[in-house]
Design a protein around this ligand. Structure first.
Ligand SMILES: *Cc1c(COP(=O)(O)O)cnc(C)c1O
Length: 454
């Protein structure tokens, strides 16, 4: 079967546990700090926001964490996801490299996000929680949590960044179809939202503001907990089903990746594909080239500072050590909405800092070009976020061509772009350009980082 294009696993091959990279790290993560005292937090400090099982996962150093049966039963609806060999794309590039992609766009909401939405909803339901609050940017996370809430019987309240609330009516309708309530953020339903509206009634919102609102609601209501779609250790943990499956599928294909590529917004889909391979390397396995790709207009890993910072604008969240552009930094309005966060997952920041992962950035025009080539050869139109991974996978394949090497490249095609057609339309109409962030604004946001002595 040397000319296969698709590698599928049986339902029985669905992973039974998630992989926790904390077990294999040569140095542990720096502690998480309380936003008020700036001292290391205890699991109790997180109890108003998350159920006990998720807090345990957040601090666990156990290598394998069992996936509950209820979660596996729901995963089975679309997992294991297919791994494709991109033979037509290889041919178009005339490269000796072998290109593989793991396709997460087959999930009910079209991206990798349900991989964590389902377990988060499950552990909350199991702890007797009735309602979840969360934020969403472009709407992928909000619709994924809404989907999970519908299946597991939880109410879901989504604060959607106001500019996207206007621009993404279909994602909003999808949340409503799953029974969730979706509010434009900043809203007048929270203190943090009202404070911002008083200063600027026309504020278009940001992920940092929406997080403040969702956290405030959860912290002040007993029956409501908070759910986050990326960044946190337990979110990255849940996404490792992607890499664990990909390892089995590549084995089926008789191949082993030399290069692994993922795009990074908060870091979860990248961690999902890369961490199981990095873990193997940390336990004495072979070394691979692992690339995290971010937008050049929101360059958290390549231009941000590794420092303690807040996850939100109102500074209600704990302080974590991460690559950050400063919690007040607002990136220019490029179209990969899911990659516009000021921070990066502490675990992804840490593996970059340890030299296990290389961070690179790409401008949006080249990314759309790569996405369109993917559509015209593979028949899959990627989400604008995923285009960043497609771009660098193509660049690596072109490097192989130049160097005459037949390396094996694996990338994560973390979602389809069917809800992002207005971005593609703008691209085809010649309305897009490469955006540059304001250097002065970045310097100011970085100068405003909280001072911490740990
Ligand atoms: C949310 C999202 C991202 C960014 O989040 P990560 O945590 O970095 O994965 C990227 N791609 C898609 C399709 C998304 O929905």
């Amino acid at each position: 079967m040397t000319d296969s294009v698709k590698y599928v696993l049986d339902e029985g091959d669905l992973p039974t546990s998630w992989y926790n990279i904390a077990a294999d790290l040569p140095q542990p993560l720096p502690p998480v700090l309380h936003p008020g005292t700036k001292q290391p937090i205890t699991p109790d400090d997180l109890a108003p926001l998350f159920p006990p099982a998720l807090i345990m996962q957040e601090v666990s150093t156990e290598r394998e964490i069992d996936i509950p049966d209820v979660v596996r039963d729901i995963y089975r609806q679309w997992r294991p996801t297919p791994l494709y060999r991109a033979r037509r794309l290889e041919k178009a590039l005339d490269t000796p490299a072998k290109l593989y992609y793991k396709y997460e766009g087959v999930s009910p909401t079209g991206s990798h996000k349900p991989n964590t939405a389902v377990p988060q909803a499950f552990y909350n339901m199991d702890a007797g929680i009735k309602k979840l609050s969360t934020e969403t940017g472009a709407g992928q996370w909000g619709s994924s949590l809404a989907f999970a809430g519908a299946l597991l019987g939880l109410e879901v309240l989504v604060y959607m960044v106001k500019v996207s609330f206007g621009h993404k009516p279909y994602r909003r309708a999808m949340m409503q179809a799953f029974g969730a309530q979706c509010l434009a953020s900043p809203s007048d339903t929270t203190r943090s939202g009202r404070a911002i509206l008083e200063k600027d009634p026309d504020c278009l919102g940001s992920l940092g503001i929406a997080i403040s609102e969702a956290v405030e609601i959860a912290a002040t209501r007993d029956d409501t907990m908070y759910a986050l779609g990326s960044v946190l250790n337990h979110v990255l943990l849940h996404q490792t089903v992607i890499g664990i499956e990909a390892m089995k599928q590549l084995e089926q294909a008789g191949d082993d990746p030399d290069v692994i590529v993922g795009c990074t917004g908060g870091g979860s889909n990248f961690a999902g594909i890369a961490f199981p391979f990095i873990g193997e390397q940390l336990r004495g396995g072979r070394q691979r080239k692992i690339l995290a790709v971010e937008p050049a207009a929101c360059p958290t890993l390549t231009r941000g500072k590794l420092a303690y910072d807040f996850g939100d604008t109102a500074h209600l969240t704990p302080l974590v050590k991460m690559h950050t552009l400063g919690s007040t930094f607002v990136p220019p309005g490029f179209h990969a909405g899911g990659l516009r966060y000021h921070g990066m997952a502490p675990l992804v920041s840490h593996v970059v800092d340890l030299g296990l992962v290389e961070a690179v950035s790409r401008h949006q025009m080249g990314c759309f070009e790569a996405g369109v080539l993917c559509a015209r050869t593979e028949g899959i139109l990627p989400a604008p976020e995923a285009n960043h991974a497609v771009r660098v996978a193509i660049d690596e394949a072109l490097r192989c061509k130049e160097e005459g090497k037949s390396e094996t490249i694996l990338f994560n095609l973390c979602g389809h772009g069917h809800f992002d057609m207005s971005a593609y339309q703008a691209y085809f109409n010649g309305e897009l350009e490469d955006l540059h962030y304001d250097e002065g604004e970045l310097a100011m946001a970085l100068a405003g980082l909280p001072s911490v002595t740990v």
